[in-house]
Each structure stands twice: as C-alpha cells, then as structure tokens.
Design a protein around this ligand. Structure first.
Ligand code: ZN
Length: 672
C-alpha cells in the first residue's frame, strides 16, 4: 500500500530535482508530511492493540484452504448480499465450532455445514457456529455463510459504494483488518487460503475486476451481469478485492520466455484511459525488471493489472493492484508487493516492514535499473531523510491504528533504509542473492515470513552473523549522530591522518550503533576512500595516505542512516573571543630526535611554521604556505633532519603564521 502523499512527492521530485536534490528534499519532504495518507482512525474500538493484530480467539483450531465469495451488489441501496463458502482443515481434535471474523453491521441469515443448517451466534465482530459433529484433526469442513447488509468502512475504507462522474463505482481496500467488514473470514495474514473464487453480480453496465483469471461474464438477462474470477494461488484475506465501475480496459502482454506470455490489464475510468494506456509498457518493463531481481513474477499463470479505485494511493491487491492514478513510482511500489507482501506476506502485523519497506526499497532498485545509480541515490536520499523523523522500532509495537501501523517514516522509509544499509553491509552480489534466496524459499514462498526468516536467508547466503544488524535497526530505535574531527601529520611524501569519531545518540537504542562507514579523503586532485568499522561510542582511526588530504567526507555515497557533523574547532582562551587559529604545545617536550607541533584552524588557510633560536636565528621552516583545511593538524619538527648544522641543546621558539594575522609563538626545549 502507498498513500498519495508519497507519490505526489515523487511526481514533483522526479521532474524538478535532477540537479538540485538536497534542496528538493528540504522542500518536498514538507509536501509529503502535509499530504499523509487520508487516514481514518480505525473504528474498531472493541479490540485492543493485540486483539486486533492477533488471531481471533477460537480460530486456532482450523486452517482455511479455500474461500468462495458469491456476492450481489446493489448500488442504489449500497448493500451487498451473498454467500461465502469456506473450506477448512481441522487442526484440533475434536473441533466442534468455528469462529470467523465478521463486522456486526453485516447480518447473517443462515449457516450451513455441508448441507446441514447449523446454529450460530454473533460476538463482538465475530460469527460463531456449531459444526454438525466433532471433527478430528485433519478432517475437512465445508461451511457456507449467507449474509448481507451495508458494509462499513474502517481503516482505509474497507468497502466503498462510490461514484465516478455520476456512475456507480464500488471498490474495496481491506488492509489491515477490513476484510471482515464485508465478508466472513479468518482475517489473519498467517492463514492464507490456497485459492479463492470470486463471483460478483451487479448492474450490467459495470465491469468487475478481481483476483486471478476472468473465467466468465454471465448476462443474467435482468439488467445484471455476473463476473466470475478464479484465483489458484495462496492469498491472505486482506489481499482479496473487487473493483467495479464502467471501466475502459486496455491490455498487453508480459512475454517472460520465448514461448510464454501473461496478460497485463488496466481497468481505468474513461477519463484516465490515456494514462492507463501510456503506462502499460512501463508496467510490463517493470515486470521484467522485478522478475530479474526477485525471480519470475509469482502469479504468472494468471495475470497482473490495475483497477482504478477512489483512494488516493495504491493497494497491492493480489494480481490486480488498485490505484488512485497511474504514476510510475506508485506502479513500481505496488508491483513489488506482489513478491513482498502478496507472495510472501508478513506473518504478523508488527513485521509490516517486510511488506512496505521492501516495496519502498524496490522503487529505488527499479529506478536504479531503469535510470542509473544517481536515480537510486535520489530515492534513498529522500527515504533516509524521511526515516530520520521516525520514532519507535521498525518492528511495530502498536498495530491497532493504521496511523502507527502504516507510518510512512517508519515502515516505509526506515524499512527501505534498512535494506539499503544491508546492501552496503553484505555487498551487492550477496545482498541480491539473499533477496532471491528469501523469495525462493519454499518455506516462505506463497506463505508468510517474519524478520527472523529474512535474517536467516541473508545469513545463509552471506555466512555472516547479522544479529546485531537486525537488533539495532529493526528492534532498536533511532539512528546515530556522529561528530568527527581529524588532523594530519607529515609522513614521507604523504600523511598520517588521525580521524576521531564520536556517536552522540540521545534517544536511540542501542546507545551506539555498529556499522561500516566509508571515509573519503581528497586533496583536490586525488581522493581515496577507506572503510572503517564503527563499533563503539568513540573511535580514533589512523590512516596512512600517499598525499595530504584537504578534505574528509564521512559516508560520501550516503549509505548510512546517520547525521554527521564536523566537530567545531574550539580555538581561543576561555573568556576571549575565538580566533581563527590556535597553536598548541609541542609534544614530547623536552624532546630529543623529533617533536610534534599541533595547531588548529577554524577555516581553511595557508600556514607557515618557523623555528627560531633564542638569538632570533631561524633554524627550521615547516610547510611554508601550504594550505590546510579547517580542523586539528600536527607537524613534525626533526632538528637532525631539518637543519643543515646540528642544533645545540636549548630553548627554541616556534611561530605559526597565517596570512594577515598576528603570528602565535610558543617555546620548546631540545635536549640532544
Ligand atoms: Zn505498500
């Protein structure tokens, strides 16, 4: 699922930010924030956070294998009536009753088990019926519920009798807990049916889209038609949908082998037909890109497509995504969900990042494949900026409200950022192999997964222990803020660079993060990037370089979710105005052989360091007019090397001069 705010951002960003990305992030992230999902507070007041997210009491004893929905829509009265047949396998012996989720706004007329009418009762949001006998473990139960009513709309809408240009428009959006608002089911993502049939009877002017293959359109001769859809892949209840309107239809083919192809179909309102037509080749191209990245499109024996609905975003209904409009990033996000969300569904709602983080990250991968690395970094730059506003753990603690369950900063942006960082940790080859391994695992494919399943796939491929990575990024909160400063010391023709990093994490958990970090050193002509592993609150790294750097950039390619700040150079005595530079005491002092002379610059400058005897004779000259960056630096004075004649033991002055500044002078003691 993706709300319209995020997509509007991309529409603006993608055309205007090619040359001005950092400006764009600042500007348009505000747009994003103001245009968050059109959230309606979940109206399910009867359930607590856990009771909504967890399996309903009484549902542990059976596993649903099949649903048949046979629904009649009356748009004038905004009601639906019909029957839902459920086939389930008993997991408990003896099993004597079945509990289904069904909103109380829907009236149950009768329940049959096999051909036997059975007694039923209604609980808070449930339907409980007695079985015709006790069922042993493994026995199959077939039950049909006849029901009807005016379905309510919780969460993002559940079931809407809408209109478009004066004609009826019916659509559903059940995620997360809204399937039960319009059909009786075991409404939990951890119990997928193996297949589903959906028959929808409504006004003959409407075209109905749903899951899988359109088997038949029956003209009932009474002003109504029945669309018959058949889906033969496992599916979670929240991914079952219908969309009905006077759609225009446009279709093409995904040719996935020299001899095989699959239909791709768009159902669009007539006014959007042009957009639905022009984006069809994009969708087909995306099917190729994602099939290449994650393995062949998972529902390839049936179809992929879009049906327009009245919610301003997208929802990854299985094989038929619902879209508010046909925009490229939205299409990519929802298509990627067919692998991550639909084929592999999060086992429980707190792991929703396995759906949304993956789909969000897939947009970046799609853009990288299509437009290049810069486009990837553009998307991730935006997502990481948004992720820094997230609070709480990526593993969602409060799943009772759609606002927290679908927090764009957290499960979307931080989720994508975690995959982005994992790519850096594993390296490209291992990372993409891990994604494919996860998507291909028979224990997960067409089933469900948890964070630990994904972690296990990555660990199997990489051979690395990723426990700390997932602990800090999925179950921890926040991100590191890093202060750094650095200094250089001459080392032959090059330099020894000392880099000091400090993590300052006020509200984060853990108190410091472990991560690889790229450091780029440059002198204007050359640059070198080294990797350091940050694994403590404070670090000092020493790097030997063949040149003296003028510039140090932490994480130059933007791999780390972190704030970086160069520590301010504190110059000047306490109580006096800060100066532009400071000269420190040499060390060791007294010295023999050589000594180090520290100095600090508040801004880049050329410097000259001279050594004088007590009589005022210059005996040494270091770095005349060399340019140094802001920061702390150290120069080495070696009298035996630097002076023509051996210096006698004694007191010497050293003097640091910057252009147009009064020099600073200190003394040192040389002992031969
Ligand atoms: Zn999504």
């Amino acid at each position: 699922m993706r709300g319209e705010g995020a997509m509007r951002f991309f529409k603006i960003v993608c055309c205007s930010l090619l040359f001005c990305f950092s400006w764009g992030v600042a500007q348009h992230s505000e747009v994003f924030r103001e245009n968050k999902f059109r959230l309606q507070e979940l109206q399910r007041r009867t359930g607590t956070a856990t009771s909504v997210a967890a399996i309903t009491a009484g549902q542990e004893g059976f596993d649903v294998t099949y649903y048949n929905l046979d629904l009649q829509l009356s748009t004038p009265s905004r009601t639906l009536t019909g029957s839902v047949t459920i086939v389930a396998r008993s997991l408990a012996a003896p099993l004597s009753s079945i509990t289904l989720d069904l909103a109380q706004t829907m009236t149950v007329y009768s329940v049959k088990v096999g051909s036997v009418n059975v007694n039923f009762t209604r609980g808070a949001g449930t339907l409980i019926f007695l079985l015709d006998r006790s069922y042993q473990s493994g026995e199959i139960i077939t039950a049909t519920v006849n029901y009807g009513g005016a379905p309510g709309g919780t969460g993002f809408g559940s079931f809407a009798f809408d209109s478009a240009n004066g004609t009826p428009w019916v659509w559903t959006l059940s995620e997360p807990y809204g399937a039960r608002d319009w059909w009786p089911c075991k409404d939990h993502p951890g119990d997928k049916a193996d297949s589903v049939d959906i028959r929808v009877t409504c006004d003959a002017t409407l075209t109905v889209g749903s899951q899988g293959t359109l088997i038949d359109v029956i003209d009932n001769g009474n002003g109504t038609k029945t669309h018959v859809w058949r889906h033969r892949y496992p599916i979670a209840t929240y991914l079952v949908s219908l969309a009905a309107a006077n759609y225009s239809e446009v279709s093409g083919w995904f040719r996935y082998s020299p001899t095989d192809s699959m239909p791709v179909v768009n159902y669009a309102l007539p006014a959007q037909l042009q957009s639905a037509t022009s984006t069809l080749p994009l969708t087909i191209n995306m099917l190729h890109i994602f099939s290449d990245l994650y393995g062949l499109y998972p529902f390839v024996k049936e179809k992929y497509g879009h049906a327009q609905f009245g919610w301003g975003g997208g929802m990854e209904h299985q094989t038929l995504t619902s879209l508010g409009g046909f925009s490229e990033n939205l299409i990519a996000h929802e298509l990627a969900h067919q692998w991550f969300g639909d084929m592999i569904t999060m086992r429980t709602w707190p792991d929703i990042w396995l759906n949304e983080g993956f789909a969000t990250y897939s947009v970046a991968l799609y853009r990288e494949r299509k437009y290049g690395l810069y486009a990837y970094r553009q998307v991730m730059g935006y997502e990481m900026t948004n992720a820094k506003r997230a609070t709480g753990t990526l593993y969602v603690q409060d799943t009772s409200l759609v606002q927290t369950l679908f927090d764009s900063r957290l499960v979307y942006s931080k989720g994508a950022s975690v995959l982005h960082m994992l790519r850096r940790v594993l390296g490209d080859s291992t990372f993409f192999q891990s994604l494919r391994q996860y998507a291909a695992d028979p224990a997960l494919r067409y089933r469900d997964a948890s964070t630990s399943d994904f972690r296990a796939a990555c660990e199997t491929v990489s051979g690395k222990d990723l426990g700390p990575f997932f602990a800090q990024w999925v179950y921890g909160r926040g991100f590191p803020s890093v202060d750094y400063d650095w200094s250089t010391m001459p080392d032959g023709p090059g330099a020894l660079v000392e880099l000091r990093l400090r993590q300052i994490n006020n509200a984060s958990e853990p108190p410091f993060f472990t991560m690889p970090l790229d450091i780029r050193f440059a002198d204007g002509n050359r640059d070198t990037t080294v990797e350091v592993i940050v694994h403590a609150a404070a670090h000092t790294f020493t790097v030997r370089l063949p040149f003296t750097p003028l510039n140090v950039v932490i994480d130059p390619d933007g791999w780390a979710l972190m704030d970086v700040r160069q520590a301010p150079v504190n110059i000047g005595q306490e109580g006096t105005a800060p100066d532009l530079f400071a000269l420190g005491q040499n060390y060791p002092n007294p010295f023999n052989g050589s000594t180090l002379i520290p100095f600090s610059l508040a801004e880049p400058s050329t410097v000259t360091l001279e050594i004088f005897s007590l009589l005022g004779m210059r005996v040494g000259l270091l770095q005349p007019n060399d340019r140094f960056p802001a920061g702390h630096h150290v120069l080495r004075f070696s009298p035996a090397d630097d002076s023509r004649d051996a210096l006698p033991s004694g007191v010497y002055f050293y003097r640091l001069a910057l252009p147009n500044r009064s020099p600073q002078i200190k003394t040192m003691i040389y002992l031969r």
